[in-house]
Design a protein around this ligand. Structure first.
Ligand code: GTQ
Ligand code: FE2
Length: 371
């Protein structure tokens, strides 16, 4: 998607090689002509334009939660939150993407920080968003007027074009992970944005949102709201349910029933109950649990992902890169890079990816070693 990486000016050396014409003065003049007319021949570009398998500019990288949090706290004392800047959010910038605030070519991942009693103003955008809470509580995110409590382990949705603002009702600061499809919208010039009120209007602090009361009952949907919706109407997926689902998969494995992805590896995907598909049109989200001592088979897939360690310790191999993992650490996985996870003690990981984009376009592929 970063077209600048392929459309560099034609040089004579780039034109030499098998299947290429002999360099001559006339050929050189032809290439000058292409440049003057803003034309690029396929034959000098095909290797980088159409590689045999995806060759991402994005690189694997890991960010340490403790370092992110220290800088977020510092931002909390130096940088106000308000209209214009909108959010005290600090994005992961992939080292292969030229300093852009992109964790991958399609995915935004940021730590957001709110001081005690602080408000982040209401706005809406077509970019799809979610929050994942590693630690803390006390903030309510108000989505289309519905206050949604944020607590450890919860996964909260702000689908595209829903008004949303956040406010911290407590005397403690709070930090969390934001995930959005900002880079995808930016690189495809498809985003729209609008301001709402400077403060959230409904300042109540219910423990369950109206969306959850209507939609978050296992296997049940309200008959009053029939038909598919583009994004899940469940505003918050609570940790107690995610935790229980993962626990039961491992317990069923112990009892000899098929339940897990592979030995010692339980996983659940957050879904849209009106379709059974992903929570939002561009974003997939999952929670994984590895038993202590378990190692996953190397797996590649089309599209990129960002992971965050929710609990436990372990390590990850992404292609040639390897990282130790501790609570809160984040890492990104470029398209088609083989990924292997290992758990020291039990390891819980949150993961999000852009897979729904490629599935919708029939461009999705995955490969697991030895499967
Ligand atoms: O909380 O509304 O990290 O609009 C980036 C853009 C958070 C938000 C981000 C956003 C938000
Ligand atoms: Fe937003």
């Amino acid at each position: 998607m970063l077209m600048t990486s392929v459309a560099s000016p034609v040089s004579l050396t780039a034109t030499e090689g098998p299947g290429r014409p002999e360099p001559t003065a006339e050929l050189n003049e032809l290439y000058r002509g292409f440049e003057r007319e803003l034309l690029v021949p396929l034959w000098t570009e095909i290797g980088s334009l159409m590689p045999a398998t995806p060759a991402p500019a994005a690189q694997p990288h890991a960010w340490r939660w403790q370092r992110l949090l220290a800088l977020a706290e510092r931002s909390g004392s130096l940088v106000p939150v308000g209209r214009g800047g909108e959010r005290r959010a600090i994005a992961l910038a992939n080292p292969g993407l030229g300093g852009a605030p992109y964790a991958t070519p399609t995915l935004w991942a940021a730590i957001q920080y709110l001081n005690p009693r602080e408000d982040a103003p209401v706005h809406r955008h077509t970019q799809n968003a979610f929050r994942f809470v590693l630690e803390g509580e006390g903030v309510w995110t108000v989505v289309d007027g519905d206050p949604v409590a944020m607590r450890r382990g919860d996964f909260l949705l702000t689908p595209g074009w829903h008004f949303h603002g956040h406010h911290n009702q407590s005397d403690q600061p709070m930090a969390w992970l934001d995930g959005l499809d900002i880079p995808f919208a930016h690189q495809t010039d498809s985003g729209f944005f609008e301001f709402g009120p400077d403060q959230v209007e409904d300042r109540s602090s219910p423990s369950r949102s109206r969306a959850e009361r209507l939609w978050a009952h296992p296997g049940l949907r309200p008959v009053s709201h029939s038909g598919p919706q583009p994004s899940s109407p469940i505003a918050a997926y609570r940790w107690e349910h995610t935790d229980a689902a993962l626990d039961e998969q491992l317990a069923l494995e112990d009892e000899g029933h098929p339940a897990v992805v592979e030995p010692g590896h339980a996983a659940v995907r957050f879904t849209n109950p009106t379709t059974g598909g992903d929570v939002m049109p561009t974003l997939r989200a999952e929670m994984h649990r590895l038993r202590g001592g378990a190692t996953t088979r190397a797996r590649r897939e089309v599209g990129s992902a960002v992971w965050q360690v929710f609990d436990g310790d372990g390590s990850v191999h992404i292609g040639e890169h390897a990282y130790r993992l501790n609570r809160g650490d984040l890492f990104c996985v470029p398209s088609w890079a083989p990924l292997t996870l290992s758990a020291d003690a039990d390891l819980d990981l949150f993961r999000f990816s852009d897979s729904p984009i490629f599935e919708a376009l029939h461009a999705y592929r995955t490969h697991t070693e030895g499967a």
